[in-house]
Design a protein around this ligand. Structure first.
Ligand code: Z5A
Ligand code: MG
Length: 202
C-alpha cells in the first residue's frame, strides 16, 4: 500500500494554501508547497517573484520552477512509500499554466516535468468571480498577480483539465473556508485508506 498524492490548484488567492493546510492536518499528511522558497533554487524564485525590477528570461524562470519540484522529489516519494499522504499546494499545472500565459508553448512547458509523479487527484479551486478574488488580502504584491494575466492562466488551466483525467473542480464562489474544505474532503476520503497501484508519471 502507498499513500495518495493530492494536488490543489487554482488561480491566485483562491484559497489553496488555506485548504492544503486544513486538508493536510486532517489527513496527518506531508504538506509540500510550490514554489518551495526555502531550497537553493526556491530562494532564487522568491527573489524573482518579489522583486519586479529584476526580471529573467521566461524560459529560465520556467526551468527553475520545474527544478524546484525535482529538488523535492525524494522527500515526496519517500513519504508516499511509507504511507504518509502528500498534499501539494500548486504543482506541475501551475508551472505550465503561468508560463503559457507568458507566451511559452504547452509541450515545451511540460517537457522538464516529464518523469515527476502524477497526482492521484488534482482538485482545482475555480472562481468565476475574479473581481472578488482580486480583493482578497495580498493580491497584486507579486510579479504575476495582474488581472489580465489571471484570465489567460484560467484558460490555460481549462486546457490542462481537458488533457489530464485526474482533475476535479470545485466552484468556490460564495463558499466559506469550511464549505470548500468539506467538498475537498468528500473527494479525498476514498483515497485516504491508501492505494495498491504504483505511482503514475508525467
Ligand atoms: N508559479 C509559477 O509561475 N510557476 C510554477 O511552477 C509555480 C508557481 C509552482 C507564487 O505562487 C507565484 O508563482 C504564483 C504562480 C507562480 N503567481 N503569482 N503571483 P504562490 O503559491 O507562492 O502564491 P501565494 O503568495 O501563496 O498566493 P496564492 O497561492 O495565490 O494564494 P492562495 O494560497 O490561493 O490563497 P490563501 O493564501 O489560502 O488565501 C488568500 C486569502 O483569502 C487569505 O486571506 C485567506 O484567509 C482568504 N480566504 C481563503 N479562502 C477563503 C474563502 N473561502 N472565503 C473567503 N476568504 C478566503
Ligand atoms: Mg498560497
Amino acid at each position: 500500500m502507498r499513500a495518495p498524492l493530492i494536488v490543489i490548484e487554482g488561480l491566485d488567492r483562491t484559497g489553496k494554501s488555506t485548504q492544503t493546510a486544513k486538508l493536510c492536518k486532517r489527513l496527518n499528511g506531508y504538506l509540500v508547497k510550490f514554489p518551495n522558497r526555502e531550497t537553493r533554487i526556491g530562494k532564487l524564485l522568491n527573489q524573482y517573484l518579489t522583486d519586479k525590477s529584476n526580471p529573467m528570461p521566461l524560459e529560465v524562470a520556467h526551468l527553475l520552477f520545474s527544478a524546484n519540484r525535482w529538488e523535492m522529489i525524494k522527500d515526496i516519494e519517500d513519504s508516499l512509500n511509507k504511507g504518509t499522504p502528500v498534499v501539494m499546494d500548486r504543482y506541475v499545472y501551475s508551472g505550465v499554466a503561468y508560463s503559457m500565459a507568458k507566451g511559452l508553448d504547452i509541450e515545451w512547458c511540460l517537457a522538464p516535468d516529464k518523469g515527476l509523479p502524477k497526482p492521484d487527484i488534482t482538485i482545482f479551486l475555480k472562481a468565476n468571480d475574479l473581481d472578488s478574488i482580486s480583493q482578497r488580502e495580498g493580491f497584486g504584491e507579486e510579479r504575476y498577480e495582474v488581472a489580465s494575466l489571471q484570465t489567460s492562466v484560467r484558460n490555460n488551466f481549462e486546457t490542462l483539465r481537458s488533457r489530464f483525467d485526474e482533475w476535479e473542480v470545485i466552484l468556490i464562489d460564495g463558499k466559506d473556508i469550511d464549505q470548500v474544505h468539506e467538498q475537498i474532503w468528500k473527494l479525498v476520503c476514498p483515497l485516504a485508506r491508501g492505494l495498491t497501484t504504483g505511482l503514475n508519471r508525467f
